[in-house]
Design a protein around this ligand. Structure first.
Ligand code: DC
Length: 219
């Protein structure tokens, strides 16, 4: 299929930069479908954990993944037709998702699911993740990389349900560990594409970020 993706809006960056909120709003403003690709890796992690598979065992993870259907519907991530949006946000999944998503063949499998999803949406959609502009849709028409200062990101994450019982310091520590794992892995590490627009969201509000990206898309 066409993976040129000229009508794809690729939004990458670490967690806590406001990616999901901004990406959803951009999709709505542009009338495009929205895919949270982190949730596809979270679904793979949940499948791995619920079958008692070692997160280091790429072969076993891949074998189990091929026996399941991961998809993204209007209400979010689904495994075998069942919505698992809440189940993929547990601390256990969050603690293990970097390990599962570091395996190159697991990524290949998941990226194929993401591209097939985009294709079903006419290759015109907003995709949010870590490697959309670099690997999944390197020819995306709009590429944005969101960043924010570490303390701002930790404070934002503290407001999420998955972090309900943790202190901001604990969250900051876990964020730093996950960033490190995600950006130093060999396969498709977290990084800004050379041609991505870099937006620091620390001191500007969501509406302004959304406006900037919609302008980019219009151009
Ligand atoms: O966006 P999130 O925090 O839900 O993502 C969960 C994990 O999935 C993240 O720590 C790294 C991985 N991920 C990835 O490797 N590539 C993506 N495109 C999206 C997420």
């Amino acid at each position: 299929w066409n993976i040129e993706g000229a009508e794809v809006v690729a939004m990458d960056g670490p967690s806590g930069v406001g990616k999901s909120t901004v990406a959803k709003a951009v999709a709505q403003r542009l009338g495009l479908a929205y895919l949270d690709t982190g949730s596809t890796y979270r679904a793979a992690t949940r499948i791995t954990l619920s079958h008692g598979i070692d997160v280091c065992d790429e072969e076993a993870i891949l074998a189990e993944l091929t026996a399941h259907d991961i998809d993204y519907g209007a209400e979010g991530i689904e495994v075998d037709g069942v919505n698992v949006a809440t189940d993929v946000r547990t601390p256990e999944v969050t603690a293990n998702v970097s390990a599962v998503s570091a395996h190159p063949r697991v990524r290949e499998h998941i990226v194929a699911i993401q591209r097939a999803w985009a294709h079903r949406h006419g290759d015109a959609a907003v995709l949010e993740g870590r490697d959309i502009g670099t690997v999944v849709f390197p020819d995306a028409g709009v590429k944005v990389y969101l960043t924010a200062r570490p303390e701002v990101r930790a404070l934002r994450r503290a407001g999420d349900t998955e972090a309900a019982n943790s202190s901001v310091d604990e969250i900051a520590e876990k964020l730093a560990a996950r960033d490190k794992a995600d950006s130093t892995r060999a396969a498709s590490p977290l990084r800004a594409a050379d041609d991505a627009e870099i937006i620091d969201t620390s001191d500007i509000d969501i509406d302004e970020v959304v406006g900037l990206i919609v302008d980019l898309a219009d151009r």
